[in-house]
Design a protein around this ligand. Structure first.
Ligand code: GLU
Length: 310
């Protein structure tokens, strides 16, 4: 891939989209409704470590659901794939991210780790002597992938914790079925914390770039995720990463991605680059409107859909 060309095309589409005001701020987490809706940034990171950013590049935002594949890869490292998948499946649901009907019929496992039930179940598996140890393990892991020490936005965390009645219902349902054996409130606090980790698009693009590079960080060159776990994470992002439009995304874009209600989306082009976009106005499916359009346009112009050659 010609990185300079990709940056040029990204910049063109970025400026074409700056005036787009479609979508609404997420409001079910009250703190997310307070952000400046005009914010817009994007970063591209090649597997060789070239970095290009455009827009409000210093602006941080909370990971929200973009944390799900990252913590899933951590659970694979800590517990192995067989154990993780004895607790959470690999089927797309076609349901919204926070659907209550997210458990398989007989096993009562959540369908996959990219929706709330599956992500909460995945987080519940993270081991540690204490709550603090578990939280530190998650923050350390995400920080190493981003390449700098990340912080948690405590007001977003508190805002979600105070209003997460639906996630609480999902978690208690899993506890009822013994799918989740850990303490519910502690697990939810860990999950809300992972969702409240603050990144900018450069951080998120470096995480995406590591996934594009078979788990090797594009700057430190350290193998942070094994090849096998990288591959499994990408497979689930491809089939389940984009909420109830995952099928449409696979059809139109044909690449693994993950979206979060803060307005973040990251895309992985295996063997080439990682891309992160932030624009907080989201559509009815929970995707950043400008983020989705930017990615679709770039992928189309660069002919990146893995099935485009038939
Ligand atoms: N923390 C959010 C929730 O669990 C994340 C949702 C999302 O980004 O899709 O509701």
């Amino acid at each position: 891939m010609n990185f300079a060309k990709a940056c040029e095309i990204l910049s063109q589409h970025f400026s074409n989209l700056t005036k787009n005001q479609d979508g609404q701020l997420a409001s079910y987490i009250p703190e997310l409704a307070k952000v400046d809706p005009t914010l817009f940034s994007a970063s591209l990171v090649s597997i060789d470590g070239e970095i290009f950013s455009v827009g409000n590049t210093d602006q941080t935002f909370s990971l929200q659901s973009t944390s799900k594949p990252i913590v899933y890869s951590l659970a694979l490292r800590e517990l192995g794939s067989d154990f993780v998948h004895s607790k959470v499946g690999v089927e797309p649901t076609g349901e919204a991210f926070n659907s209550i009907i997210e458990l398989e019929e007989n096993s009562h496992r959540p369908f996959n780790p990219m929706i709330n039930s599956g992500a909460i179940a995945t987080t519940s598996l993270i081991n540690g002597k204490s709550y603090k140890d578990k939280l530190n393990l998650i923050i350390d892991y995400v920080s190493e992938l981003a390449g700098r020490r990340l912080e948690i936005d405590k007001s977003i965390f508190e805002s979600e914790r105070a209003t997460a009645h639906r996630n609480r219902a999902i978690a208690y349902l899993m506890k009822h079925f013994d799918v989740m054996t850990s303490d519910v409130e502690e697990t939810l606090a860990l999950y809300f914390n992972q969702c409240s980790i603050l990144v900018d698009t450069r951080d998120l693009a470096l995480i995406a770039g590591s996934l594009a590079n078979q788990g090797i960080h594009p700057l430190s060159k350290k193998q942070l995720i094994s090849k096998d776990h990288t591959s499994k994470t990408l497979r689930l992002m491809f089939t389940c990463g984009m909420y109830d439009t995952a099928g449409e995304w696979a059809f139109r874009v044909g690449l693994p991605a993950k979206s979060g209600v803060s307005g973040a989306i990251f895309l992985v082009v295996p063997g080439q680059f990682g891309l992160a976009v932030y624009s907080p106005r989201i559509d009815q499916h929970g995707h950043s409107v400008r983020g989705r359009l930017l990615i679709e346009n770039l992928v189309s112009d660069l002919d990146l859909n893995i099935f485009s050659k038939g």
